[in-house]
Design a binder for this molecule. Structure first.
Ligand SMILES: [Mg+2]
Length: 226
């Protein structure tokens, strides 16, 4: 079991400590993994509370606001060769609260704000499935985080190397999606909803950073790139 490590890391870190815990931390994902060895590395990014401000059941484009430093962090990750892929659970669609067309407008607005800041994301994957249970560590549908399906779809489409890829998000289901996809590491950011008390013990196995900018610092730290 790895332990939580706060940034900054020193050059003395054991490389294994940067890796995700064993997949057994969550329900095992018996799904075919489409990773491309030697392919492009990715950073999979949660949307709400990670890239844009968390709004409960975001439905109006006027509520879309980039979090401070998020666009700049995405720009740095892409400049370093990472594909940046948004993977977002959107149960509001499955519940009939917003349409896919409305969701598209929200993503258009996020993309417009990213473009204004001089960057972009490489792909956006969403899952409309609503949950039936409250436990965020259990896979109910392969596409709904913590299921790895959205990460796998992007991996297949973009030829990504999951072993060299990372997952960043503000919820336990985000970091566990990274585990279930077999990503190199998962990072929790503290710009979103926060964790339930019961989730904190499981979350202690992961890196925690203040925000997306600090998570990018961690991924791009020279001690991790060697
Ligand atoms: Mg979130």
């Amino acid at each position: 079991m790895v332990t939580r490590r706060d940034f900054p890391l020193t050059g003395k870190e054991e490389p294994q400590s940067h890796r995700n815990p064993a997949r057994s931390i969550s329900a095992a994902a018996p799904f075919e993994r489409p990773s491309v060895p030697g392919g492009k590395p990715a950073v999979f990014l949660d949307r709400d509370g990670t890239i844009i401000e968390h709004v409960h059941y975001l439905s109006d484009v006027r509520q879309v606001r980039l979090l401070p430093g998020a666009a700049e962090a995405i720009g740095r990750l892409r400049a370093a060769g990472f594909a940046c892929v948004v993977v977002t659970n959107q149960s509001a669609v499955g519940r009939g609260m917003i349409t896919e067309a409305q969701l598209g407008l929200i993503h258009d607005e996020m993309n417009r704000q990213l473009a204004d800041a001089g960057t972009a994301v490489d792909a956006i994957e969403f899952c409309p499935e609503p949950p039936a249970i409250a436990d965020r560590s259990r896979i109910e549908h392969i596409d709904r985080k913590p299921g790895p399906g959205m990460l796998f779809r992007a991996t297949h489409a973009l030829g990504l190397d999951l072993d060299a890829s990372w997952m960043i998000g503000d919820m336990l289901s985000d970091v566990l999606a990274g585990v279930n996809a077999g990503c190199r590491g998962s990072i929790l950011v503290q710009t979103g909803k926060g964790l339930d008390e019961a989730e904190k013990e499981t979350a202690a196995a992961f890196h925690v950073t203040e925000d997306l900018a600090a998570a990018a610092d961690l991924i791009l730290a020279p001690s991790l790139l060697s």
